[in-house]
Design a protein around this ligand. Structure first.
Ligand code: ASP
Ligand code: MG
Length: 288
């Protein structure tokens, strides 16, 4: 019997809010000591995805300096986040990673500025760099802590159609690609959420907040029985506590109740995230 997998997913605010990344690394390090194998799925840091979208849109509108400022913010957040956990050669190695990742995006955004038009496909390419920066950072930081970690770009594994911004995943092809990749992963994989690649070779994205969906695809492919979505809210409430004053946190939900909450707008239980887990009989834990 091969060792069972579990999947951890960390969202943008868990990674990109000052003070959080060291805690994230602690959580990963302690799960890595458990007998199960761990796969980690990460989103873009903080609000990077919004800034990247804004950059492309501002370039298309002729505001090149605004577009540059958005990319600079993205760059700055990556480096300032990294400084909490990296220094010396590891920090400069990561700074090189960020430059290598962002330089082609800067050129692309300049091109968008020249033609004054952003296509949904070029927007996908621009947006994708957020998650790619995250895996570079988290994998490097884990390595510095002495854990063998590997940055995995899900574009090489998640096979989609060509629908920009909201690509449809070929679940069978993706499952097969993930399983064969997993057979050769020696260290802990740190996987980009949200990203895929179409059969025609284009970068695609899975819809806003799509990293949860990536986590459930990974779990389903690897037969993981446990997925933990780490978040910075206290838990799952019966309703949005900002709107309903007597909303209260629940300890347990059936998948069908989760789907009902999804229907009423709870992003975490988007049907596309729930269905693979429901089918594979996995448990989803939301932890603060
Ligand atoms: N970074 C992407 C977004 O902001 C995906 C995610 O956060 O799950 O939509
Ligand atoms: Mg996000």
């Amino acid at each position: 019997m091969s060792t069972p997998w579990q999947v951890y997913k960390f969202g943008g605010s868990s990674l990109g809010t000052q003070g959080r990344l060291p805690l994230v690394l602690d959580l990963i390090a302690s799960a890595a000591k458990e007998p199960s194998r761990l796969a980690v799925v990460v989103s873009a840091l903080g609000d990077s995805t919004d800034w990247l979208i804004s950059s492309a849109r501002r370039a298309a509108a002729g505001d090149q300096s605004g577009a540059d400022a958005d990319l600079t913010r993205t760059h700055f957040l990556a480096v300032s986040t990294a400084k909490q956990v990296l220094d010396g050669a590891a920090l400069s190695g990561f700074e090189d990673d960020v430059a290598r990742l962002l330089n082609p995006i800067r050129r692309l955004v300049e091109g968008i500025g020249l033609v004054r038009e952003v296509t949904p496909r070029s927007l996908d390419e621009v947006m994708s760099v957020g998650e790619r920066i995250s895996i570079a950072l988290v994998a490097r930081a884990l390595t510095v802590r002495g854990l063998e970690a590997k940055a995995v770009d899900a574009r090489d594994l998640v096979v989609t159609d060509d629908t920009p911004q909201n690509a449809i995943v070929d679940v069978a092809a993706t499952g097969a690609a993930l399983r064969s990749a997993a057979a050769s992963w020696s260290g802990l994989p740190v996987i980009t959420g949200f990203l895929g690649r179409s059969k025609t070779g284009h970068t695609t994205t899975l819809g806003r907040n799509g990293s949860d969906y990536t986590a459930s695809l990974v779990a389903q492919a690897l037969g993981a029985k446990h997925v933990t979505v780490w978040t910075d809210v206290p838990g799952v409430f019966t309703a949005d506590p900002a709107l309903v004053s007597d909303a209260y946190p629940v300890t347990r939900l059936t998948w069908f109740e989760a789907l009902e909450l999804a229907h009423f707008g709870t992003r975490m239980f988007h049907a596309r995230t729930v269905v693979p887990l429901l089918e594979s009989g996995a448990t989803l834990t939301i932890r603060s």
